[in-house]
Design a protein around this ligand. Structure first.
Ligand code: SAH
Length: 374
């Protein structure tokens, strides 16, 4: 028995090859890709039977060989502020996705890895060992789960609930470059999900050698998890800083393709009591960012069990924000969302652990079989 291929996450060229391999005639294959693309990414089709403008025998062929499988929903939690968090399962591993509704937009916070390699000291995900990279269909699948659950299809209709995507869930997207690139290409494809590159933000803790490539090849908006203005402090709280120093990181930002005053780079700065929240730090922050088209996002630290830090006092955050405001950066404090369901920045974590190779293969087989029709 052959295991069906998931069409989600394939590029148009890959979909074409998959259809040809399945026996679709070469003269009609480009049209078939277009039709499928529209059903999958504009209409969010969940099965082939729905695709009523396709010939019955073509649908039958698709049904035997392909799926439109989403990750499985393990739990869905809804915060008292309307934030939703889904724990998802795919290929034997679990990861989280968060939807944050606001008055003028709805943002989906998407994971790129199960676990993380970075070990940032204030981040809950950092306490989970790296398990594996998510595949393009698993990254995109997070958006599908959200749209399915929110009744948010078709993609092209006005008033969509998910209007923005931030790669700010579990993991470091620039350490899973190819899969993130493949997924975001589909997210930003004008004939499909059609989110504009202004509405898609990739956040990195500072994988400096990949920043230029991200700009050239992905082209989304960029956010940097800066969190400290001195290397001694950043070395401790964002350990990747030991490899790529603040000055190098900011040089990469200055060179980021597409950054301009109309399209600023977001600098995230988590407020940790007594660690990085002095007014001297605030002044240094403003000075460091001089000449870079920047937005500053101050993030009150979100606590998690056993965290070695506390959130700065509100008064201190306000004073810090005032320095930043006076330097010309508007309303920079991010309101914590979904804290009650552990869905706020840096609170995501799953129980997944790295399996031995043979157990991993068995898990993947089992979950693919579970996704098969019938
Ligand atoms: N690895 C990427 C993507 C994760 S983004 C990156 O670091 O940018 C998640 C954001 O939440 C980052 O800015 C991270 O530094 C921040 N964060 C992590 N833990 C946090 C916490 N406990 N409270 C507030 N923000 C946190």
């Amino acid at each position: 028995m052959t295991i069906p291929t998931n069409l989600l996450g394939l590029s148009p060229a890959e979909m074409k090859t998959a259809l040809l391999d399945a026996g679709v005639e070469s003269k009609s294959v480009s049209m078939r890709v277009k039709q499928l693309w529209n059903w999958i990414y504009v209409h969010g089709a969940r099965d082939f039977a729905q695709m009523t403008n396709l010939a019955k025998d073509f649908r039958a062929l698709l049904e035997g060989k392909f799926t439109l499988a989403r990750p499985q929903i393990v739990t869905e939690q809804i915060s008292n502020d309307g934030t939703r968090k889904w724990l998802l399962r795919s290929g034997g591993q679990e990861f989280e996705t968060v939807y944050i509704p606001e008055s003028d937009r709805g943002t989906l916070c998407v994971s790129s890895q199960v676990g993380c390699t970075l070990n940032c000291r204030f981040c809950h995900t950092g306490t989970q060992k790296m398990v594996r990279n998510l595949t393009p269909d698993e990254i995109l699948g997070q958006l599908f789960v959200a749209r399915d659950s929110l009744g948010d299809w078709p993609s092209t209709a006005p008033g969509r609930k998910v209007t923005n995507i931030v790669m700010m869930g579990m993991g470091e997207p620039l350490y899973n470059f190819d899969n993130v690139k493949a997924a975001l290409a589909i997210v930003m494809d004008g004939d499909g999900l059609a989110l504009s590159k202004r509405r898609v933000t990739l956040s990195t803790a500072g994988v400096v050698p990949m920043i230029q490539r991200a700009g050239d090849e992905i082209g989304s908006s960029l956010a940097i998890s800066l969190h400290a203005v001195r290397d001694e402090v950043r070395d401790v709280i964002v350990p990747i800083n030991k490899k790529y120093k603040i000055a190098e990181l900011l040089d990469a930002c200055r060179a980021y393709p597409g950054a301009s005053n109309a399209r600023r780079i977001t600098f995230e700065y988590v407020m940790l009591k007594g660690v990085n929240d002095s007014l001297t730090d605030a002044k240094a922050l403003v000075k460091l960012l001089k000449g870079i088209p920047a937005k500053i996002n101050l993030i009150p630290f979100n606590p998690w069990p056993g965290a070695p830090y506390e959130c700065s006092d509100w008064e201190q955050i306000e004073k810090f924000a005032e320095v930043v405001n006076r330097a010309g950066y508007a309303s920079p404090v991010r309101t914590p969302r979904g804290r009650d369901i552990m869905a706020a920045c840096g609170q995501l974590k799953s129980e997944s652990v790295k399996l031995k190779a043979k157990d991993r293969i068995a898990e993947m087989e089992a979950s693919r079989l579970a996704q098969m029709p019938g």
